[in-house]
Design a protein around this ligand. Structure first.
Ligand SMILES: Nc1ncnc2c1ncn2[C@@H]1O[C@H](COP(=O)(O)OP(=O)(O)O)[C@@H](O)[C@H]1O
Ligand SMILES: [Mg+2]
Length: 375
């Protein structure tokens, strides 16, 4: 009986988690889709280099955030936050990027409806906090979008940051509709919304979950028709080496001959481009069996293969390759590895990388691969 209850609770939590992931994943996709469509439909933007780079930065940041939203499922299965995902971050910078990413939501939409929303920032020089940067951005973008929703006539969102003992405090106020005491008490609950069809009630539930796991606190003060203030307190820095403090391997690897295998045409093309941009020559194969045929015909320094493919999957391809050349380096890309927390490598695979892969991940992975003697 007890067991059953625990199981039910787990299932409920899973359901909430999955809906929350879907909600925030779509939020992260919005700036990607918006920026890409803008560039395609207003080609004159392509001539403005600064504008173009800005759009590309937005696409990159949002895609990394989307990947992080999914990666959080792994933390959920395992319980708790994966250590490697936290870093020392500057909250003021994350506030600025969150404002930028949500600008289409609060500026364009508000202007179209004849109302104006301004964002003021009063950011003090605060110590860094130790948490995951994408997650903090997710918290802030959710709060900004709620504040904009609460100001149908327009208004001002104000950010304050300050040091508060051992904590860094982020205060976000709006001059919107405010909440009744009942709404204020329930607003963090999953699926609680006053927006009817337009709301999911998941934004603040995700916010609360993230803040809790980061050992922070969240307070809500609100006055009807005056506005709402969210105060988030996050523990300031404990020592975690940041990327820039880690020993950097700046040496670039030698040009390699690489066989890239993926059944998804767009993924394969972009993987090929990334590897070529890193200075390697790349042969593409659109299936496991095509990959094996190409491997039989030629010599490669490295095979990079997708895992889940119809007919011959990545595991089978890797095994078949190792049977032909026992010391052939093989890297496997997988969409599930991260999520399942399976660090175990399939036979015949030397390294597993979780999708989506970044240039940095590829660069690091290729550092250890040596080109073979020319044939
Ligand atoms: N800044 C705010 N001002 C007034 N009410 C708010 C504010 N932020 C959140 N709320 C209330 O909390 C509810 C839950 O918010 P949230 O979890 O983000 O879900 P949703 O935005 O989908 O309704 C909202 O429906 C709204 O009633
Ligand atoms: Mg919301």
């Amino acid at each position: 009986m007890q067991q059953q209850l625990v199981q039910q609770e787990r299932m409920l939590a899973m359901g909430q988690m999955a809906s929350g992931v879907a909600h925030d994943f779509n939020n992260a996709l919005s700036p990607i889709l918006g920026s890409a469509e803008l560039l395609l439909e207003a080609p004159e933007m392509l001539d403005d280099r600064a504008e173009l780079i800005d759009s590309l930065q937005i696409i990159r940041t949002s895609a990394l955030d989307a990947a992080n939203v999914v990666r959080r499922l792994r933390g959920f299965y395992r319980g708790g936050q994966a250590e490697e995902d936290v870093e020392n971050i500057n909250v003021n910078e994350v506030i600025e990027s969150s404002i930028n990413l949500t600008r289409p939501h609060w500026r364009v939409q508000a202007q179209a409806e004849g109302r104006a929303i301004d964002i003021d920032t009063h950011l003090e020089d605060v110590p860094t906090v130790t948490m995951n940067e994408s997650e903090l951005r997710e918290v802030l973008t959710n709060l900004i979008m709620n504040a904009a929703d609460a100001m149908p006539e327009g208004g001002t969102i104000t950010f304050h940051t300050k040091t508060d003992g051992e904590m860094v405090a982020i205060e976000l106020s709006d001059t919107g509709a405010g909440m009744t005491e009942e709404v204020r008490q329930r607003c963090l609950d999953p699926f609680f919304t006053t927006k009817g069809e337009r709301g999911t009630g998941l934004g603040l539930a995700m916010v609360y979950g993230i803040i809790q796991r980061s050992h922070g606190t969240i307070d809500v003060a609100s006055e009807l028709d005056k506005g709402t203030t969210f105060t988030i307190r996050l523990p300031s820095e404990i020592h975690v080496p940041t990327d820039s403090q880690l020993p950097q391997d700046t040496e670039s690897s030698d040009a390699l001959r690489i066989l890239a295998v993926d059944d998804d045409a767009a993924t394969l093309r972009s993987l090929g481009r990334m590897l070529r941009a890193l200075g390697h020559s790349v042969e593409l194969a659109a299936s496991g069996s095509e990959g094996l045929d190409k491997f039989r015909e030629s010599k490669y320094d490295l095979v990079v293969t997708d895992r889940a493919m119809p007919d011959m999957n990545g595991d089978q391809l890797a095994e078949a390759i190792k049977e032909l050349v026992s010391d052939q380096p093989v890297i496997m890309l997988t969409g599930l590895g991260n999520m399942m927390g399976t660090e175990e490598k399939p036979q015949g695979v030397d390294l597993v990388l979780g999708k989506p892969v970044t240039m940095d991940m590829l660069r690091q992975a290729l550092l250890n691969i040596q080109p073979q003697e020319a044939i």
